[in-house]
Design a binder for this molecule. Structure first.
Ligand code: ZN
Length: 350
């Protein structure tokens, strides 16, 4: 891991920052208004006070409650109306001039109830939490958190990626980041379950209990039940195992989706109308899954493909794009920039 890779990571961050700053200026100047479309669906994960960690490869998946508050105030100032995710189709069908924003939070973290709910409640903003049955029932682990813990605490590690033991250099955070990317590539391919089992075994050999991580950080059935009772909260399905569905055979993908909806029904007493594809990017969520979601009766299903929502989204309600509120970019003007849709036009993605 050399200077080159570190520079590349730094440049990527700088390029995004530059794009957001430029988009903000363009939005303020009133150009590219069509990019805003009719509204935006935001993706959040952890919402909690920042805990300083020296190695934090998941920092992008975490925002503070203060930033969430600022984001909502910015959207209010820009004239946005807040709608529940499952109200998006009706909203698109009606002729409203005000743009809308919907909030979603993936994976069912406990901090969503502890830190995000009070902010949403203070502003009367509805939100949907996507829940994986395997986290609720403490049967599945979160590899990205396991890997972060495993790599953080040591300077080298022996890991078998399938071609024999290899020594991973972890002498610096840049080296840890490279090792994390390698583990991610090892896991996000066909055979994800076996790769995760291997990671968990290696973690256990180093005294890390992978199962304890979601047990500590995600909501139990009881906690989900009380969250779902809040008038602003809804629960959506997010599979059982949190696997990249497009890499599974069709029967298994369908079972994952259907079983997670059934599991939520046992918690809330009603079938969920919304679904989020785990990982949600093109390698994990493809046209086959979009069809499955429709066939299984989900009203709305969301990806993590970046973009805003327009009338044309009505033809693809089980493949809606979302905009991530990223922990590396917690500035109020970046929220306005993202909601403008201009960054995705600049990237050529919508
Ligand atoms: Zn997820």
């Amino acid at each position: 891991m050399g200077l080159k890779q570190r520079l590349r990571a730094g440049l990527k961050r700088a390029a995004i920052t530059g794009g957001l700053e430029a988009s903000w200026l363009l939005a303020r100047a009133g150009v590219m208004q069509a990019a805003r479309g009719r509204g935006v669906i935001f993706t959040l994960h952890h919402v909690r006070p920042k805990q300083p960690r020296s190695f934090d490869p998941n920092a992008h998946l975490e925002i503070t409650p203060e930033f969430l508050d600022r984001a909502i105030r910015q959207l209010q100032a820009d004239g946005y109306e807040f709608v529940a995710l499952d109200a998006v189709p009706a909203r698109l069908a009606e002729r409203s001039v005000r743009p809308f924003a919907a909030f979603t939070l993936d994976d069912g973290y406990r901090n969503n109830a502890a830190h995000a709910l009070p902010v949403f409640a203070a502003h009367g903003v509805p939100f949907t939490v996507f829940v994986s049955g395997g986290y609720v029932d403490r049967t599945h682990t979160m590899w990205w958190e396991t890997a972060a813990d495993l790599l953080a605490a040591r300077t080298s590690l022996s890991f078998d990626f399938g071609q024999g033991e290899e020594r991973l250099d972890l002498a610096s955070n840049a080296a840890r980041q490279a090792a994390f990317a390698r583990i991610a590539r090892f896991i996000l391919r066909p055979g994800e379950a076996d790769a995760i089992a291997r990671l968990n075994r290696i973690a256990a050999e180093h005294g890390i209990d992978a199962q304890a991580i979601p047990d500590r950080s995600t909501m139990t059935e009881g906690e989900l039940k009380s969250l779902a009772a809040h008038p602003l909260a809804s629960l959506g399905a997010h599979t059982i195992s949190h696997r990249a569905l497009a890499l599974l055979d069709e029967g298994e993908a369908r079972r994952e989706m259907a079983a997670s909806a059934d599991r939520l029904q046992t918690i809330t007493g009603k079938m969920p109308t919304t679904f989020a594809y785990p990982y949600g990017d093109p390698p994990a969520a493809s046209a086959r899954e979009f069809r499955l979601a429709e066939a299984l009766g989900f009203k709305v299903a969301v990806t993590t493909n970046p973009g805003t929502i327009s009338e044309t989204s009505l033809a693809g309600l089980t493949a809606l794009p979302r905009v991530s509120l990223n922990g590396h970019f917690q500035k109020r003007r970046y929220v306005a920039a993202l909601a403008s849709g201009i960054p995705f036009r600049l990237m050529g993605r919508s």
